[in-house]
Design a binder for this molecule. Structure first.
Ligand SMILES: Nc1ncnc2c1ncn2[C@@H]1O[C@H](COP(=O)(O)OP(=O)(O)OP(=O)(O)O)[C@@H](O)[C@H]1O
Ligand SMILES: [Mg+2]
Length: 396
């Protein structure tokens, strides 16, 4: 049997519009359809919390707590629990916000197989995922940080340690900024932090560069009818990493940090480092920056990148990532939609697809689990109940 990565049970408790809900499924893609406000995106967001970070809405943890619905099912704390099939066997993941958490606390609890994990980054060891949401229609015009996050999430799939390196790098960056601002200017301590930032920074830039070059190769001919994206990392560290061995690149970054202390004390950040890099994307066939493309063209480029990543992971690790595709299918023309479905089925990825119209997904037929979402209640749909089911399978 091919190893797969799939959520087979998902429970949410006091999670946004859900009091408590449970979904049982298998490794097939999951289609969630229902009216606006039914709770489709909320469920995708719940799945997104099975990976490190702030989830697909980048919400504050307290925003996720359920509002309304009576004391028992509203108020502080929320939880997401899942059984996930992984290539190394099933794993039980749990995450959420402690009901006793202080008002401003953004600490997300994580349990793996019933034991508390040190931090969220441990989730990256078990689950790889990528997502596309309507908000990401602006990814190419957004701040560079959004594109870095997008790319870093793809890197997690191949290199789970990337998540931990980013956290450590950011902590060192913050600590150095604090010292530069508040003192005392202990040169040894500053040097040690810059040392850490140099080592981690070069590793981060190298992992991104590697990801980008493999993604570019995997999507060079386009992905089915989706266009080939031109992909390149831009930034000082990225340029250094590209033409120097790692140790030399670390020395360069370390020296640059030491030289920018005075400037950084004023700006409160750091003038160089992988936190200033950007993922540059172009529409290859038109030699045009992605942000100049039409809405549909930009979306198609994103779909290319996501699918190329799934192909790559499947080819290199044998397992495709989870894909959370919020309102993606409805905006594609029929040919591209069919191509998207076929690509998902070919990689064996458990894609979670949402839309308001079940007919859009009917061609997936028995290849997917179809769920009706209504008023934050979940009902598994019978194949016969699908609109426009193929001839020979009953109702039409
Ligand atoms: N913290 C919260 N507590 C209770 N309800 C919430 C909370 N946050 C969001 N909601 C509600 O959850 C409902 C479902 O939202 P969701 O985004 O999942 O809908 P959807 O099915 O994706 O709809 P659409 O098709 O419009 O995208 C909305 O009515 C929203 O107001
Ligand atoms: Mg939605």
């Amino acid at each position: 049997m091919t190893p797969s990565l799939a959520v087979t049970r998902l429970t949410v408790t006091r999670f946004r519009s859900y009091a408590a809900a449970r979904l049982d499924c298998d490794a097939r893609p999951v289609v969630l359809t229902g009216p606006n406000g039914a709770g489709k995106t909320n469920l995708l967001e719940a799945v997104s919390f099975l990976s490190p970070g702030r989830g697909l809405r980048r919400a504050k943890l307290s925003e996720v707590e359920r509002i309304g619905g009576g004391a028992e099912w509203a108020g502080p704390g929320w939880a997401v629990a899942a059984t996930v099939l992984t290539p190394t066997g099933p794993v039980e993941l749990g995450t959420g916000r402690d009901p006793g958490a202080e008002a401003g606390s953004e600490r997300r609890l994580v349990h793996i197989d019933g034991r508390p994990a040190k931090g969220q980054v441990a989730l990256a060891e078990h689950v790889a995922m990528a997502w596309l949401t309507p908000q990401m229609d602006r990814l190419f015009t957004d701040a560079a940080s959004a594109r870095r996050r997008f790319l870093d999430r793809l890197v997690f799939g191949f290199d789970p340690a990337h998540a931990g390196r980013l956290t450590k790098y950011e902590n060192a960056l913050r600590e150095r900024a604090r010292i530069l601002r508040d003192g005392p200017h202990d040169p040894a301590w500053l040097g040690a932090l810059e040392d850490q930032m140099a080592t981690l920074g070069v590793a981060i830039a190298a992992a991104r560069a590697d990801m980008v070059s493999r993604l570019a190769a995997a999507s060079a001919q386009g992905v089915g009818p989706f266009p080939a994206p031109g992909l390149r990392m831009e930034g000082e560290v990225d340029a250094t990493v590209a033409d120097r061995p790692a140790l030399e690149a670390e020395d360069t970054l370390r020296a640059a940090l030491r030289d920018s202390r005075r400037r950084d004390a004023e700006s409160g950040g750091a003038a160089v480092g992988p936190h200033r890099s950007d993922l540059s994307v172009t529409y290859l066939a038109k030699s045009m920056p992605a942000e100049l493309g039409s809405t549909g063209e930009q979306k198609a480029l994103l779909v290319s990148i996501i699918l190329a990543n799934a192909r790559l992971m499947k080819a290199e690790t044998g397992t495709a990532p989870l894909l959370l595709l919020d309102e993606v299918a409805a905006h594609l023309d029929a040919d591209r939609r069919t191509a998207l479905f076929q690509e998902i089925l070919a990689t064996g990825s458990q894609a979670w697809l949402t839309g308001t119209d079940a007919a859009v997904f009917a061609e997936l037929g028995a290849a997917a689990t179809h769920i009706r979402v209504e008023d934050s209640h979940l009902t598994t749909l019978d194949l016969a109940a699908l609109p426009l089911s193929p001839p020979g399978r009953g109702s039409g």
